[in-house]
Design a protein around this ligand. Structure first.
Ligand SMILES: O=C(O)CCC(=O)C(=O)O
Length: 370
């Protein structure tokens, strides 16, 4: 790919400003000999009511422009320290990863997915036709979203993240299946009253998810169908640099965009005792995100993925504790009835699996004593 080198930064080949307009030290620079193609309202020349602007510097404009146009640096991508497994049994997964609450990247477990073969732009646009999907604050047809993502050059491109995709287009729901490791999904006892749990995710290179912990203390799996994603994960007891959770955990403020996080904070993690787990997850691969882990994800190319959040016996007690917190009305998400979710879930589990909660509680007390 053709790139323009700007000091230590590599800019995307389609970066909209010419090289003279950018100062890598952090300012937007209009010299008398250069024209910035961004429509700022500022032009060279003092005719037509415009002022001649010389040596105008703005960290604010430059930072946003730079983040929208910066390539991911090779050193942000090279650390790959996740455990990768192919052909592991469910028992091994439970023992070595789910029980220990450790991430793992699973290879080869989507081989029977029709989605892996079929899902590309053309197919999805045809199958989904006029259906509108949730894209940030708006709803869009796929065809329009793809048109937008071809043109977008923003620091935080809109991301398609739809929890009702399988209800809207049932065929999509039939073209993938839950990998064998995640078959136990106890929220299913709530039927239609379960909180949102599955999403189709589509976005261009540079889109993604800034640091967060998944809702309701659930664990998750994320399966890549097309493209690739860079993941950075921190364990529950390590708040990532640049992230400021509120004391009650109800809000996570990550004031910087994903790319700005890499620019300003990623380097600091190199010397941390508890270094993050990192990887690039490619089409056909699945990452297991254990409950409570912070994670940030950036798409390295246009990507299509399915993710599901779930509750197994390994994290049932965590989820029940979470739903019972005094600030459940702000903390619980993905459902309208936030305050009553705990009681509904607990009694549905009691009636489907009598005595299981007691047994899990006893065994957890036993483990704590050891
Ligand atoms: O952008 C992605 O694929 C990651 C999604 C994610 O982090 C989540 O669903 O919690």
């Amino acid at each position: 790919m053709e790139e323009e080198e700007e000091g230590e930064f590599s800019l995307k080949s389609s970066a909209s400003s010419n090289t003279h307009g950018v100062q890598p030290l952090g300012n937007l620079f209009f010299s008398t000999s250069s024209v910035n193609s961004r429509n700022t309202g500022l032009r060279n020349g003092s005719y037509g009511g415009c002022f001649k602007v010389r040596d105008f510097f703005s960290d604010y404009l430059f930072q946003s422009w730079l983040c929208a146009n910066l390539e991911m640096k090779p050193e942000w991508l090279e650390r790959d320290n996740i455990v990768r497994k192919k052909g592991m049994s469910v028992e091994e997964f439970v023992l070595n990863f789910e029980e220990l609450n450790k991430p793992v990247l699973l290879e080869g477990c989507l081989d029977n997915w029709d989605a892996l073969e079929k899902w590309d732009r053309e197919y999805l646009v045809k199958v989904c036709d006029d259906v509108r999907f949730a894209v940030g604050p708006v709803e869009m047809k796929l065809e329009d979203y793809f048109r937008y993502s071809d043109l977008v050059r923003e620091e935080r491109p809109l991301y398609l993240f739809d929890p009702k995709f399988a209800e809207k287009v049932p065929k999509l729901g039939m073209e993938y299946e839950v990998p064998m490791y995640f078959q136990e999904d106890l929220f299913s006892v709530l039927g239609n009253e379960r909180p949102d749990y599955r999403w189709v995710i589509i976005g261009p290179a540079g889109s993604g998810s800034s640091f967060h912990i998944d809702p309701n203390s659930t664990s998750a799996w994320n399966a890549i169908i097309k493209g690739s994603k860079k993941w950075v994960l921190f364990p529950p007891d390590v708040v990532p640099p640049g992230v400021h959770p509120s004391p009650d955990g109800s809000e996570v403020a990550c004031p910087v965009s994903i790319i700005e996080w890499f620019m300003n904070f990623y380097g600091a993690t190199k010397n941390w005792k508890k270094r993050p787990i990192e990887c690039i997850c490619k089409a056909g691969e699945v990452i297991f995100v254990p409950n409570g882990w912070w994670h940030l994800v950036i798409n390295l190319e246009e990507s299509i993925a399915i993710t599901q959040n779930y509750v197994s016996r390994r994290n049932l007690l965590n989820v029940l504790d979470f739903l019972k917190r005094p600030n459940a009305s702000t903390l619980v998400s993905g459902t309208r009835d936030r305050v009553n979710l705990h009681d509904k879930f607990r009694s549905a589990i009691e009636s489907s699996f009598p005595g299981d909660i007691d047994r899990l509680e006893k065994s957890s007390r036993g483990k704590k004593r050891l």
